[in-house]
Design a protein. Structure first.
Length: 357
């Protein structure tokens, strides 16, 4: 790592390891096929990279399978109704990604395909520095430097960078760039990701199995597991709110679609109050509301949420201020926090009994 010659040797060692140990992933063209000229499908790589933002491979696989079965190419996704895509995304979190996914699919379908360079990719909705580099490298074999959390960890250890994240981000990206090869840059990017995910893991790096052990300064110094250093995060605040579950006599619950912008934008959910330190009750209609004991807890990126849940049964002719009763209600189409509210209600069996009438 200390000079270009070692960087070249380290890159070669990593690629040889990747040739025998690459993870088999549904969106990936493995190194043997790649060597025969098979190019990954940009639609599948793009979809996987968007899904993988903030989400694990294990969690993404089932969603990826459902999406590609239902919408096998970007043209199919571009013509899908918004509500169906949002419902299929439910549970994956970070819902702005799903809205951007649709916007991006429509631009790409309109242009007749994905751009083949990083700058063109970066101009698309929802595609930032990381994703544009990843697609350009993986699909088009461009020598772009792809830096996610896994790669930051590997680079911090290889170069024994003790300065803490997030302040060290730029330095780590610059060091990563010194490694990016001209030859097989797409496989190299995926090899770094795989190494970070399977060998150079956060708590217990498996240095004995690592193809880079002979080049790694943190391993030499015996400090691998302590890197990357991180600046302690400020504790998350707690916000509170009310969620209202109204059930009509035929079993249809009252749901609303959240505004397109903001948290859970475009997703379906229960009517409710604002989420603040001291929320005011905001029932969506006049009814005999009963507040359930306990709260529903959920943690978002920047805050914890505690929801008090109120329930009511209402008559057939009831007209809500907003939202609509949904006779085809599917709990699986709810984002996770809204699903927790439904489960909170359902576990109390408040609306048990046959539907109908
Ligand atoms: Fe990570 Fe250990 Fe490999 Fe260094 S030798 S890159 S710390 S797994």
């Amino acid at each position: 790592m200390r000079d270009g010659v070692n960087a070249q040797r380290a890159t070669d060692a990593l690629l040889r390891w990747y040739d025998r140990a690459a993870r088999v992933l549904p969106w990936r063209v493995g190194p043997a096929e790649r060597a025969q000229g098979v190019r990954p499908d940009p639609y599948r790589v793009w979809l996987s990279e968007v899904m993988l933002q903030q989400t694990t491979v294990a969690a993404v696989k089932a969603y990826f399978h459902r999406f590609t079965t239902r919408w096998p190419d970007v043209q199919a996704l571009a013509t899908a109704p918004d509500a169906e895509v949002m419902a299929e995304w439910a549970g994956l979190g970070y819902y702005a990604r799903a809205r951007n996914l649709l916007a991006c699919a429509r631009v790409v379908a309109g242009n007749g395909g994905f751009p083949t360079d990083r700058a063109g990719l970066r101009a698309l909705p929802g595609i930032g520095a990381y994703t544009s580099a990843a697609i350009a490298a993986i699909v088009w074999d461009r020598p772009e430097t792809v830096v996610d959390g896994n790669v930051e960890r590997v680079v911090a250890r290889l170069f024994a960078v003790t300065a803490p994240l997030p302040g060290a981000k730029r330095h780590l990206a610059a060091l990563a760039e010194t490694l990016t090869p001209q030859h097989r840059p797409g496989d190299f990017a995926q090899a770094m990701m795989d190494l970070g995910a399977t060998v150079c893991t956060p708590r217990n790096p498996r240095c004995a199995e690592c193809p880079l052990a002979g080049f790694c300064r943190a391993h030499d110094a015996g400090i691998a597991a302590s890197l990357p250093a991180k600046t302690p995060k400020a504790p998350k605040p707690t916000r509170r709110g009310y969620a209202y579950v109204a059930l009509r006599a035929d079993g249809a619950p009252l749901l609303e679609t959240r505004p397109p912008r903001g948290l859970l934008g475009g997703m379906r959910g229960w009517p409710g109050s604002d989420w603040t330190e001291e929320p005011a009750p905001a029932p969506p209609l006049a009814a005999d509301w009963r507040h359930l004991p306990g709260v529903v807890r959920h943690t978002f990126t920047h805050f914890h949420l505690e929801l008090t849940v109120a329930v009511a049964q209402v008559g057939h002719g009831t007209a809500p201020h907003s939202g609509a009763f949904d006779p085809d209600f599917d709990p699986d189409a709810l984002p996770t926090v809204m699903r927790k509210v439904w489960d909170h209600v359902a576990t109390r069996d408040l609306f048990a009994g046959p539907k109908g009438g």
